[in-house]
Ligand binder design. Structure first.
Ligand code: HAM
Length: 424
C-alpha cells in the first residue's frame, strides 16, 4: 500500500464542531417529544408550518437586529452562485413572519397560529447545552393584541413542559415596552453607561450610541459587571404597556401558573415588544433557558405587512432532552418476525413471505446472505425479534415452516400461509 493510500485509509471524518448526529435509540426520544408537542399545540389551534432552512440574509438582519450577537457574530452566511447573500436560519420567527407576509396570511381568520420543528444554526462557542446546529420547536400566533393570548401561549408552554416531565422549570417574565416607552428608557441607559464606556467591550461601546438595549444582554464579563444598577425598563413602561403587563400577570395568577418577574430579561433579539419570557432550569448549568419567547407587534409591518400583533416562543430541543432523558420511557419497535432461511430457494420464499407479512402490517426482518442457522438465531435474539420463522429444504417440501417464540420459548410448525395465526 502506498503512503497516499495509507493516509486515505486513515482519514477520519467527524461532524463539524458543535454539530451532532442524533442516532437510534435516542431518536425515539426526540420523536416522542415532537409528537407530544404536536398533539398539544394542535389542541390550541396551531398548525404546522415548514419554512426553508436558508433565507435571504436581510430577513434576519432586519428582524433580529444589526447590533445583536446573532447577526454580528453567529450567522452562517454565504453567497450563492448568483452572488446573493443567503443565511442558514439562526431562528424560526423571522422566516415565519416572512412567510406570513409573503402569502398574505393576514387575510385569513385571526389569530393565525403556527408551530414548527427543525434545525437552527448559530456560530456560537460550543459548550454544554450550546451547539452550532440545534433544534427548536417553535410556535407563532398572529393577529391578537390583548394579553389573553400571551397567557394562553405561556400556559401552553407550561403544559408542554409538564407533559414531558420537565420539572423545576421557572417561568421568568418581563415587559420590555413599546416604541412609546422605549425612547425615554434608551436615554436613561445612555446616561447610565456614558461614564462606564471604557469598561465595555468594543461592540457595546458602539451599541451605546446605536442600540443601548443590547448592552443589557451582552455576554462579555466586563459588560455584565458594568450593567449592575442599570435602569430597568419596568420603571419606564407607558400606560398601555403597564395595563397589558398587569392584565397578563392577573391572567397567569388565575390560571395558577407560577412565574418570577425578571426585570432584567431583555432577550437577545431586537424584535420584541411588551411581553418577554423564558423558561429556565437550574439543572442545566450556564445555558439554563429551555425555551424563550415574547411579543413582537411591529415585525409584520417591518416586513411590509399590515399592522399585526404577534407572539411566540421556541423550545431548545437538546436542552429539553437533557432534562427528560432519564424520565421519559421510550418504546422503540422490535421485529415481530425474523425469517431464517437455509438455501437459495428458501431465501426467495423467505423474501416473499416477509413482503406478505409487511403488507399485512407486521415488522419483519430477514436474514441476508449465507449463514448457519445457529448464527441466524443469534442475530434474531440480538435484534430482539419475537418469533423466528425457519425455512429450509424440508419446510419447502411440506409447505409447513418451523416457528419459535423467543420470548416464551414455545415452538411448532405452521402452514406458510397461516403464519399470522401464531401471533393472533
Ligand atoms: P432564542 O432565545 O434565541 O429565541 O432561542 C430559543 C431557545 O432555543 C433557547 O431558550 C434555547 O433553549 C435554544 N437555543 C438557542 N440557541 C441555542 C444553541 N446555540 N444551542 C442549543 N440551544 C439553543 C428564539 O430563537 C426566538 N425565535 C423565540 C421566539 C419565537 N420568540 C418569539 N417567537
Amino acid at each position: 500500500m502506498t503512503k497516499k493510500e495509507k493516509e486515505k485509509r486513515q482519514l477520519k471524518y467527524n461532524a463539524p464542531k458543535g454539530i451532532h448526529d442524533i442516532l437510534p435509540p435516542d431518536i425515539y426520544l426526540w420523536q416522542k417529544i415532537e409528537k407530544i408537542s404536536k398533539n398539544l399545540f394542535e389542541k390550541y389551534g396551531y398548525q404546522e408550518i415548514r419554512t426553508p432552512i436558508i433565507e435571504h440574509t436581510d430577513i434576519f438582519i432586519r428582524s433580529i437586529g444589526e447590533e445583536t450577537d446573532i447577526v454580528e457574530k453567529e450567522m452562517y452566511t454565504f453567497l450563492d452562485r448568483a452572488g446573493r447573500s443567503l443565511t442558514l436560519r439562526p431562528e424560526g420567527t423571522a422566516s415565519v413572519v416572512r412567510s406570513f407576509v409573503e402569502h398574505n396570511l393576514n387575510t385569513l381568520p385571526t389569530p393565525q397560529k403556527f408551530y414548527y420543528v427543525g434545525p437552527m444554526f448559530r456560530y456560537e462557542r460550543p459548550q454544554k447545552g450550546r451547539f452550532r446546529q440545534f433544534y427548536q420547536i417553535g410556535v407563532e400566533a398572529f393577529g391578537e393584541k390583548g394579553p389573553l393570548i400571551d397567557a394562553e401561549v405561556i400556559a401552553m408552554l407550561v403544559n408542554f413542559l409538564n407533559l414531558i416531565g420537565c420539572e423545576n422549570v421557572n417561568i421568568e417574565l418581563n415587559s420590555i415596552g413599546c416604541e412609546t416607552c422605549r425612547p425615554l428608557f434608551k436615554k436613561e441607559l445612555i446616561n447610565f453607561f456614558s461614564n462606564k464606556l471604557s469598561n465595555l467591550c468594543t461592540d457595546c461601546q458602539r451599541r451605546h450610541k446605536t442600540n443601548p438595549l443590547r448592552i443589557l444582554d451582552c455576554k462579555v464579563d466586563g459588560c455584565i459587571e458594568n450593567r449592575q444598577g442599570a435602569p430597568m425598563i419596568s420603571r419606564y413602561l407607558c400606560e398601555n404597556c403597564t395595563v397589558h403587563f398587569e392584565e397578563l400577570k392577573n391572567l397567569l395568577n388565575n390560571l395558577n401558573i407560577p412565574y418570577t418577574l425578571n426585570p432584567e430579561l431583555v432577550r437577545g433579539l431586537d424584535y420584541y415588544t411588551k411581553t418577554t419570557f423564558e423558561a429556565t432550569s437550574n439543572q442545566l448549568g450556564a445555558q439554563k433557558a429551555v425555551a424563550a419567547g415574547g411579543r413582537y407587534d411591529k415585525l409584520v409591518e417591518e416586513f411590509g405587512g399590515p399592522p399585526t400583533s404577534a407572539i411566540g416562543f421556541a423550545i431548545g430541543l437538546e436542552r429539553i432532552i437533557t432534562l427528560t432523558k432519564e424520565k421519559l420511557t421510550i418504546q422503540y419497535p422490535d421485529p415481530l418476525f425474523f425469517i431464517a432461511t437455509i438455501g437459495k430457494e428458501a431465501e426467495m420464499k423467505g423474501l416473499i413471505l416477509a413482503e406478505n407479512l409487511r403488507q399485512k402490517g407486521y415488522y419483519v426482518e430477514i436474514h441476508y446472505g449465507n449463514a448457519s442457522l445457529k448464527s441466524q438465531l443469534r442475530k434474531a435474539d440480538r435484534i430482539n425479534a419475537k418469533v423466528v420463522l425457519i425455512i429450509g429444504d424440508e419446510e419447502l417440501k411440506s409447505g409447513k415452516i418451523k416457528w419459535k417464540n423467543l420470548y416464551t420459548k414455545e415452538q411448532g410448525d405452521v402452514d406458510i400461509n397461516a403464519v399470522v395465526s401464531i401471533v393472533s
